[in-house]
Design a protein around this ligand. Structure first.
Ligand code: CA
Length: 220
């Protein structure tokens, strides 16, 4: 589901990858290592990694937040696009998975740019707010446990500067957001956040159907 793009057949996806994705060696190896793990579908697709690199460049971001790092492919993509003195605060609960990423962050020469915080992300984000970091970030990516999406969204929005960009992953949830019979809590939480963003006057938004769907919200 997340390792490709919904609704693209394999030959068209092959073409898209060929003409638009240039992965670094570290990204390629990290993706290969992650593919062998039982939770491999949690990794974003290479076309989405490419897209996020471009988003970071477009926003001129130097300070970024990630909620949900897993094995570190998205963090690596973001960090590659940050300036040398840029910083990504990466939040995750798993030492085991993030350790895989750290190896490749090192290999890519961007580990200095990544400030990994292990623990419940709500606590890490609240800590940033307590440290006076509100409105100090340019870019945020949310890709963690879905029932907490709204809580992550509210905190990230506070941490973003006006004009900052928020990207929320898996907002199409394999297509199940459009299936009224799907009442799983994850699906309900994603639907609720999508609906909330649609009417949230603090942001302008666009849902981009890349990967498993990425909601972009720009803070006014
Ligand atoms: Ca995801």
């Amino acid at each position: 589901m997340a390792t490709g793009t919904l609704g693209l057949d394999s030959s068209l996806r092959e073409y898209l990858l060929r003409v638009s994705v240039d992965e670094t060696e570290a990204q390629r190896q990290l993706r290969a290592e992650t593919a062998s793990l039982p939770n491999a579908v949690m990794q974003i697709s290479p076309e989405q990694g490419q897209f996020m690199r471009l988003l970071v460049e477009l926003t001129g971001a130097s300070r970024a937040i990630e909620v949900g790092t897993f094995t570190g492919y998205s963090a690596l993509s973001v960090a590659l696009a940050l300036p040398a003195d840029g910083r990504l605060v990466a939040c995750d609960i798993s030492e085991e998975y993030t350790r895989i990423g750290q190896k490749y962050w090192q290999q890519a020469g961007v580990s200095e740019r990544i400030d990994l915080r292990i623990g419940p992300a709500i606590e890490s984000l609240d800590q940033l707010l307590d440290d006076g970091e509100a409105a100090n970030f340019d870019f945020a990516f949310i890709d963690a446990d879905k029932p907490n999406y709204r809580a992550y969204y509210e905190r990230c929005l506070e941490l973003l500067r006006p004009g900052g960009l928020l990207a929320v992953d898996n907002v199409l949830w394999g297509g199940s957001v459009a299936n009224p019979d799907d009442e799983r809590p994850e699906t309900a939480a994603i639907r609720a956040l999508n609906d909330h963003i649609r009417q949230d006057e603090r942001v302008s938004q666009s849902l981009v159907p890349i990967g498993d769907g990425v909601m972009l919200a720009r803070k006014h």
